[in-house]
Write a new protein. Structure first.
Length: 320
C-alpha cells in the first residue's frame, strides 16, 4: 500500500511538472485534426520562426518575474535596439556591428532599469512603465520614421537560414538561450539569489545577499535578451522599422506565466518558458490557419490563454 501511495504521488508530481507540455500536445493534436497540414514541415518551420524572438524576450521576462518584479520595456526595447542597430548598419554596412549594437543597447536598457529600481527605490512596475514611454520617445527622435533595409549575407543567414530546410537557425538560438538560462538559474549564484529575492527579499538581505547587485544583473540579462530578440526579428523581415516588436511584450509575459513562472516571484523555469512560448506560437498560427478574422484573433487568443492557465491551475491544485 505504501509503495502504491508513493507511486501515485510521484505520478501526480510529474503530471503537475509537465502539465503545460500535455496542454501543448493537446493543442497540436486538435489542430492536426482540424487542419491536416498543421504539422507539415513548412508550418512547423513557420511556428518556430514566429516564437524565436518573443521566446528569447520571454526568457528575460522570466528572470525579472522570478525576482518578483516586472519589466514593461521589452516591446519598445526591441524597437530601440533595432533602430540603433539600423543606424550602425547604415554607417558600417556590417551585420556584425548591427548585432553587437543591438545587444549592447538592450543591455544598457536593462542596466538603466536595474539602477532605477535599486538606487532610486522605485517599484519595477512603475520604473519600467516610465522607461517604456521614454524609449518610445527616443525611437522616434533617433530614427524620424525612417526604415533601414538589410542586405548582408550574415543577416540573411540569421534571419532565414535553416538546417535541413526544416529547423530554422533562429530556433536553435532560442534553444541555446533556453539552455543558458537554465544553467544560470540552476548552476550559478545569480540563479540561486534570483529565486531567493523572489521568495523572500528581506530574508536574503539579512543573510548578506547583495540584493541590489543581483537585481541589476537580472535586469541587465533581460535587456540582453531584448537585444538578441531584436536581432532575430529585424533579420526575419530584412528591415528595421520603429514599429517592430510592438506585440512582443504581452506575448513574452504570457509565455513566461503560462510556462509556470509566478507573477509573485520565487518560481519559474527556462524549460517551462520555452513551452509557454511554443503554446503562444501554436495558438497564433492556429488562428491564422482557421481563418479567424484579424480583429477577433486577439479576443480568441486571450480566451484560450486564460483557459490554458486555468487548466494548469486545476492540474496543480494541492501543490505546496
Amino acid at each position: 500500500m505504501g509503495n502504491r501511495a508513493l507511486d501515485k504521488k510521484y505520478i501526480l508530481k510529474k503530471v503537475r511538472e509537465y502539465s503545460m507540455v500535455l496542454i501543448l500536445v493537446v493543442f497540436l493534436v486538435v489542430m492536426q485534426i482540424l487542419q491536416p497540414k498543421f504539422l507539415s514541415p513548412a508550418n512547423i518551420c513557420s511556428i518556430l520562426y514566429s516564437v524565436s524572438g518573443s521566446g528569447i524576450v520571454a526568457i528575460g521576462a522570466m528572470f525579472v518575474l522570478i525576482t518578483g518584479g516586472m519589466d514593461f520595456t521589452a516591446g519598445y526595447g526591441v524597437a530601440l535596439c533595432g533602430v540603433v542597430g539600423g543606424l550602425l548598419y547604415s554607417k558600417s554596412g556590417s551585420a556584425v556591428v548591427m548585432i553587437v549594437g543591438c545587444v549592447i543597447t538592450g543591455m544598457l536598457i536593462g542596466l538603466t532599469n536595474g539602477l532605477i529600481v535599486t538606487k532610486m527605490h522605485i517599484k519595477s512596475f512603475i520604473a519600467t512603465l516610465a522607461m517604456m514611454f521614454t524609449i518610445q520617445g527616443l525611437i522616434y527622435i533617433i530614427c524620424e520614421g525612417n526604415i533601414v533595409f538589410l542586405d548582408d549575407p550574415l543577416s540573411k543567414w540569421l534571419g532565414k537560414g535553416t538546417i535541413g530546410g526544416v529547423i530554422p537557425i533562429q530556433a536553435l538560438i532560442l534553444v541555446g538561450m533556453t539552455a543558458l538560462a537554465h544553467l544560470l538559474l540552476t548552476r550559478t549564484r545569480m540563479g540561486t539569489y534570483t529565486y531567493a529575492i523572489g521568495g523572500n527579499e528581506e530574508a536574503g538581505r539579512y543573510a548578506g545577499v547583495d540584493i541590489d547587485k543581483y537585481k541589476i544583473l537580472v535586469f541587465s540579462f533581460a535587456g540582453i535578451c531584448t537585444g538578441a530578440a531584436s536581432c532575430m526579428m529585424v533579420t526575419q523581415v530584412s528591415m528595421i522599422s520603429p514599429t517592430i516588436g510592438s506585440t512582443t511584450l504581452m506575448d513574452a509575459i504570457a509565455a513566461a506565466v503560462i510556462g509556470g513562472t509566478s507573477t509573485l516571484g520565487g518560481k519559474g523555469s527556462a524549460f517551462g518558458t520555452l513551452i509557454g512560448a511554443l503554446i503562444i506560437g501554436v495558438i497564433s498560427n492556429a488562428l491564422i490557419l482557421l481563418y479567424v478574422p484579424t480583429n477577433a484573433q486577439y479576443l480568441v487568443k486571450g480566451m484560450i490563454i486564460i483557459s490554458a492557465l486555468y487548466l494548469n491551475q486545476l492540474m496543480n491544485v494541492g501543490e505546496k
